[in-house]
Design a protein around this ligand. Sequence first.
Ligand SMILES: Cc1cc2nc3c(=O)[nH]c(=O)nc-3n(C[C@H](O)[C@H](O)[C@H](O)COP(=O)(O)O)c2cc1C
Length: 552
Amino acid sequence: MSRDSDEEQSAAPPPAAAEATLSAAQALAQILAYHQRSKHRPDRYAAGPETLDWSAQPNPFREYDGAPRILLPLNADRLSASFAALHIPGAVAVQPLTLDSVATLLELSFGLAAWKEYGPDRWAVRCNPSSGNLHPTEAYVICRHIPAIEDGVYHYLSRDHLLEQRCRAGDTPGAPARLLVGLSSIAWREAWKYGERAFRYCQLDIGHAIGALRYAAATLGWRIRIIDRCSHRQLAQWLGLDRDVDFSGAEREEPEALLEIDLAPHANQVPPFRFWEPELTNWQGCANLLDAHPMYRWPVIDEVTLASRKPFTQESLPCASSATNRVPACEIPAAVLIRQRRSAQRFDAGFTQDISSFYQMLDALQISSNIPWDVWNEPARVHPVLFVHRLTGLRPGIYALPRSIKAQAQMQAAMRPDFLWRKPADCPHHIALFLLAEANLGQALRAISCHQAIAADSSFTLALLAEFDAPLQDAPWRYRQLYWEAGLIGQVLYLQAEAAGLRGTGIGCYFDDVCHELLGLQDTAFQSLYHFTTGYPVTDARIASLPPYPRT
Ligand SMILES: Cc1cc2nc3c(=O)[nH]c(=O)nc-3n(C[C@H](O)[C@H](O)[C@H](O)COP(=O)(O)O)c2cc1C
């Protein structure tokens, strides 16, 4: 029998031993050790493969051979809501849960955005960005009472925009329609290129994926929430990732996050979450092998994966922030903007960014009741430090944007004592931006960013400093969550840059401790988990862009 009740809500958590084999202290020690050894340093990059044969890249598309398939319609072109409208509560009409709307959600979050061609090379880009375009994230949907979709668990195959039915869910007559989205990671896709640092990139990609889902849901007038009480073990069961028989010889997937679609247009209309434990039967399909000849193994990734698995926890309350973000002045249809989002590969170093678009981007990072922050039930623990190169009316230098009052004091105490902490003249009252030091840091940033020119030629580059020791002491599994928050910030910046007629690029390759030293950080109270850069892109006209799906 399947369950959907208040009784289930108050069910006692499973014993900790059922979820984890490590004590919290052991888990924390392994995570901290992983974090240190996966740092890039100027004299020693984190361990990775010595050679790379691109023709041997693991298959970026998981398939379940033998699972029945549902080809999804391509509807995103029909959506007219502007990117601005997504940020105005109630401005986008709430769509019913149908095959069409589920298809649109997936098309605009994990669907392909284009095929690219250059010489003999051909590769797909997607709505969600990914470190090295390697796409470790897989998406699943759990459907109940959605017309034309039999109740069950489905895997999304982005290459063909279709669902593969993994199993059926037990009947629940009279229960309302429901849609849950599960996310998992296949670390080998990243580790193949990046070695030990790959676990970090998988987690950043999950943060981007959560953001991509939130924006896609908003185009349908939907809300979305993270079901954060769910344990690793529970999620593995629901997504069928614990089924040894279906993964015989194939790379396993690590369960990451579960999200639920809400059709209530306003936060105060969201009914309390009711756990739903469907009876899952008739599992079908076997996972395909992605890499027949893996050249390396990185056991430390398995260790940190295990150490950071989440146990069952109490559900956290939805974000209670009453703050609102400014609506971006962008009338481009959101469905167009989301699919045109790309990472800049080069910037025009002669370009100076207008200060108003800069403040709009900073405003969009504040925790609020707007998208995408309404998906985030945690306090802000990740705080940008900005390296300004070329902005009208703002001197080049180092700036801090603490995303909470508490963090401001902590950052001030942890960073260089001679930092100024002075609010720039003309900075809007509601934006907590502080000048720390005036400096021209283009070349320093390029060096810190593994010598990548994009960090110097942009208008500004930023480092995302996470509160590190304190949250991990409480719960080591938050190691993943900190990266998710950083990735979610990255997704906001990507779309805001695009909305401003600019372009951004996530930067996962940087020398961690050189950045920390520049800021005077002497311990691990704060650690930089992700960098991002924004400017005016120079596009490579030699790369051809082709439609994502031949049937369009
Ligand atoms: C977590 C993360 C880290 C990244 N790190 C870098 C980087 O260090 N340098 C770079 O040029 N691009 C970086 N990128 C951009 C990716 O290469 C890019 O997302 C990918 O090639 C797909 O292209 P698209 O963003 O245009 O879809 C990163 C992206 C993500 C999500």
